[in-house]
Design a protein around this ligand. Structure first.
Ligand code: PLP
Ligand code: ZN
Length: 448
């Protein structure tokens, strides 16, 4: 196994235009769009330097050695920073802001798989996280780079800000608090769960609840960032994608460095779909995996601009006004990362699918009965996977990974509504309510 030779170029990462305009820029710059065309940016890694540093098998060996219970000074106990050369290679140790994100379980949902006819079904439990969603994975990178940029005097902006459907603001507020940096979050008033609202409040963020939807909040925070009043922490900022990329790497690693046949991901702003592709593509380019999985972008039927575009054979996504859905974190009508997700679908021979208003609730209930505790977004993904299986798009022997994006403990209202049979259209076939009894042994025994 070749260690890095001293004469080899060190790996580096720079911003560049996603559409291919010339020029690269330091990742410490507060830059969110291409200065030439105004389009999205991406982080470009020096793949030659990384390939020169280690072979594919040697990278696997290194990453496996770092997936360890030991806490050492040089390796942070974090699934993101365990792969730091591929994510933020130039960031000094001292600037890393981590809560021990990543290294989440790949749950073998074999009972559910059997019940609904999958060969193999795994659930990547990204909600088993510090703030209860996958958003921690991107936020550790973004906040660490901001801390570094401020320390070297490259970033004059004082506060970090985001628009959020709940989970982004929870993650940003936690990492901002851990770093001692001020945070401002813009939420659609009344449209996030109680747990999600309390999180940024508890971390001391400035919480602005706006009388609009997510897309309305996004438009405003983009303008605040353009005026250099805040640093933008939404996934339009490609630093988020870099950390979220680790989900793809972990899935491959947990399957013995093999890609599954399918990855199904619930999507709103479409940054996470793009991140999955970025991770799998990098692993393939560096010889760590041999093939890419196929991608399913799962959307809620009432917020499905990507699904509509794919179904109509269009390569551009037209904004819609997102309607209410239980899957509140993906109630997004004008997804910022649409061009990135389109490219991901193309490269991964992917498909779009949408779950209707009630299907995710029923899918969650079935998943919960098999031992999972699925949030409504995970329910959308499971429902979409089931439909694709029923139509034969997903084969009966294929290996499927569903990305669970949040911890269902944040969505108690949703669970309760199902079990109290208050979700319109849901069968509530598995509804289960407490039996209230007199506290007396005979009465209780009679119930068993
Ligand atoms: C943010 C979020 C999503 C959607 O991710 P995008 O990158 O916006 O597509 C899905 N589920 C949950 C729980 C989320 O918090
Ligand atoms: Zn450009």
């Amino acid at each position: 196994m070749a260690a890095a030779s001293t004469s080899a170029p060190l790996p580096s990462a720079r911003f560049r235009c996603f559409a291919g305009c010339a020029g690269t820029f330091p990742v410490t710059r507060a830059l969110y769009t291409c200065p030439t065309c105004g389009g999205l940016l991406e982080v470009a890694h020096d793949l030659d330097a990384l390939a020169h540093m280690r072979s594919g098998p040697a990278w696997r060996e290194l990453f496996d050695a770092r997936w360890s219970p030991r806490v050492t000074a040089s390796v942070k106990p974090s699934g993101v920073w365990a792969k730091r050369e591929w994510i933020a290679p130039e960031l000094p140790d001292e600037d890393i802001v981590t809560t021990g994100e990543g290294m989440t379980p790949l749950y073998d949902a074999h009972r559910l798989a059997k019940e609904v006819g999958f060969g193999e079904l795994f659930v990547k439990q990204c909600g088993n996280a510090h703030t209860g969603s996958f958003k921690d994975l991107g936020m550790t990178v973004l906040v660490s780079v901001v801390r570094h940029a401020k320390r070297i005097g490259a970033l004059p902006v004082r506060a970090i800000a985001c628009a959020s459907t709940g989970d982004t603001s929870a993650a940003l507020a936690a990492y901002g608090a851990a770093a001692g940096l001020p945070v401002v979050v813009l939420l659609p008033h009344g449209l996030v769960s109680t747990a999600q609202l309390v999180q940024p409040l508890a971390h001391g963020a400035k919480v602005l609840a706006l009388e609009t939807d997510f897309d309305g909040c996004m438009a405003i925070v983009k303008e605040l960032a353009a005026r250099e009043l805040v640093y933008l922490a939404n996934s339009m900022n490609p630093l988020r994608i870099e950390g979220q990329k680790s989900v793809a790497l972990e899935i491959a690693q947990q399957l013995g460095w093999d890609a599954p046949d399918w990855v199904v991901i619930p999507s709103g702003n479409l940054g996470n779909s793009a991140a999955l592709h970025a991770g799998f593509a990098m692993a393939k380019a560096l010889g760590v995996i041999e093939r890419l999985p196929r991608l399913v972008i799962a959307q809620a039927e009432r917020a499905n601009p990507m699904y509509r575009a794919v179904s109509a054979g269009r390569s551009t996504v037209e904004a819609v006004v997102a309607q209410p859905t239980q899957a509140s974190a993906i109630r997004i009508g004008n997804p910022v990362s649409a061009p990135r997700a389109m490219a991901a679908l193309r490269a991964m021979n992917g498909v779009g699918e949408a779950g209707s208003a009630h299907e995710p609730a029923d899918a969650c209930a079935r998943a919960d009965r098999s031992g999972l505790y699925a949030c409504p977004h995970t329910g959308v993904a499971i429902a979409c996977a089931m439909k694709l299986r029923a139509r034969g798009v997903i084969g009966e022997r294929e290996r499927v990974v569903v990305v669970s994006t949040a911890n269902a403990l944040k969505f108690t209202e949703f669970k309760l509504a199902y079990h109290e049979r208050r979700i319109e259209g849901a069968s509530s076939r598995l509804a289960n309510e407490p039996v209230v009894l007199r506290a007396d042994v005979e009465t209780v025994a009679a119930q068993l």
